[in-house]
Design a binder for this molecule. Structure first.
Ligand code: FAD
Ligand code: NAP
Length: 327
């Protein structure tokens, strides 16, 4: 067991965590990134990324994240192959976290970049055809279905926004919902019903995604009517599962303010949580945009605010609890 002390402890290694690390290291904050179970974050489970600025050609998600990691290390970040299992935010700064390895991490500031993940239906074919016709991000993948037939599954704000967004690319969008009434806000519903490109399909659940992952990908969905139980098929080139996202905030239950969906609450327009020196960035605090570039942007903001926070703390440093930095 070892104790690792840093001016900036970053939990999470997606675009938000790595960007915070790059800025933090360049500000001489000697950041530590605890990478978690998915080093590189969500982009490591996708292939083509076409909307991250700076690359004229398509880049691969895993490659992009390796580059971000290499840049963060190059400027002085320490990467830890560990997952945080508990945090102590009482009486800080500094703040303490314990890793799965048993190691203890102590940060004068804490940057939370634990991300979020899409909820999936968990039906046959969904995972096998992921990235081969099945997606959970229209903004990311809608472009690949230009002029094609697509479906969105869900009835909340996300599903309706995804369906509306997809009309930029497709003139044939089916919204499949398990009830006959949407959960989405009225204004979004009005926009949806006004679109000639979107056909709502009520009282249907998806039983399976069909197609060959190795040849052509998704071809159709098998649907079941929730009232009659009758099965039917819907031919589609792309299907977008939009039944919600789950932010990775379990660690912070009862310790930091969260909204009804479990996202960390920050001061509007900033990455500041209600605790001094604790910042949240990326998908863990953003249920609206959820893009690599916005995660990177808020990661940068978190590092800049951490640096400013430490500058204001300098005068009080001697009064802060002292900790042994043993390894
Ligand atoms: P994440 O990338 O979710 O990373 C979270 C990190 O936190 C991970 O490293 C994880 O290991 C770590 N973590 C979690 N819990 C712990 C813990 N307890 N201890 C330590 N570490 C922890 N966006 C785009 O802009 N363009 C695209 O083309 C695009 N395509 C996508 C395709 C797919 C299939 C998916 C799922 C998403 C896509 N996105 C895309 C969205 C983009 O990936 C996310 O918006 C972005 O990754 C969010 O970054 P983040 O740093 O906030 O969190
Ligand atoms: P949500 O509001 O929880 O809606 C999820 C939808 O998916 C619901 O319609 C639900 O059906 C359906 N669903 C859930 N599990 C399902 C399953 N297993 N099979 C089939 N359908 C399933 O999630 P969200 O739309 O992602 O929104 C999450 C939060 O973010 C909300 O608070 C929302 O207001 C907010 N948000 C806001 C905006 C915005 O303000 N512009 C945009 C996006 C999200 P039922 O309706 O039958 O439960």
């Amino acid at each position: 067991m070892a104790t690792h002390r840093t001016k900036m402890l970053i939990i999470g290694s997606g675009p938000a965590g790595y960007s915070a690390a790059i800025y933090g290291a360049r500000a001489m904050l000697e950041p530590i990134v605890v990478q978690g179970l998915q080093p590189g974050g969500q982009l490591t489970i996708t292939t083509d990324v076409e909307n991250y600025p700076g690359f004229r050609d398509v880049v691969q998600g895993p490659w992009l994240m390796e580059e971000m990691k290499a840049q963060a290390e190059h400027v002085g970040t320490r990467m830890m192959w560990d997952t945080i299992v508990s945090v102590d935010l009482d009486g800080g700064p500094p703040y303490r976290a314990v890793g799965d390895s048993g190691d203890e991490y102590i940060g004068d500031t804490l940057v939370i970049a634990t991300g979020a993940s899409a909820k999936w239906l968990g039906v046959p074919g969904e995972q096998e055809l992921g990235g081969k016709g099945v997606s959970a991000c229209a903004t990311c993948d809608g472009f690949f279905y230009r002029g094609k037939k697509v479906a969105v599954i869900g009835g909340g704000n996300t599903a309706v926004e995804e369906a509306l967004y997809l009309t930029n690319h497709s003139h044939d969008v089916t919204l499949i919902h398990r009830r006959d009434e949407l959960r989405a806000e009225r204004i979004l519903q009005e926009r949806l019903f006004a679109s000639e490109k979107i056909t709502p399909m009520w009282n249907k659940t998806v039983e399976s995604f069909e197609g060959d992952p190795l040849a052509g990908g998704l071809t159709h969905l098998v649907l079941r009517d929730t009232e009659t139980g009758k099965r039917s098929e819907l031919k589609v080139d792309g299907a977008f599962v939009a039944i919600g996202h789950a932010p990775a905030t379990e660690l912070f239950q009862g310790k930091l303010e969260m909204d009804d969906s479990g996202y960390l609450v920050v001061e509007p327009g900033t990455p500041k949580t209600e605790l001094p020196g604790v910042f949240a960035c990326g998908d863990v605090m953003d249920h609206t945009y959820r893009q690599a570039v916005t995660a990177a942007g808020t990661g940068c903001m978190a590092a800049l605010d951490a640096e400013r926070f430490l500058a204001t703390m300098d005068f009080a440093r001697e009064e802060m609890p002292q900790v042994e930095a043993a390894e």
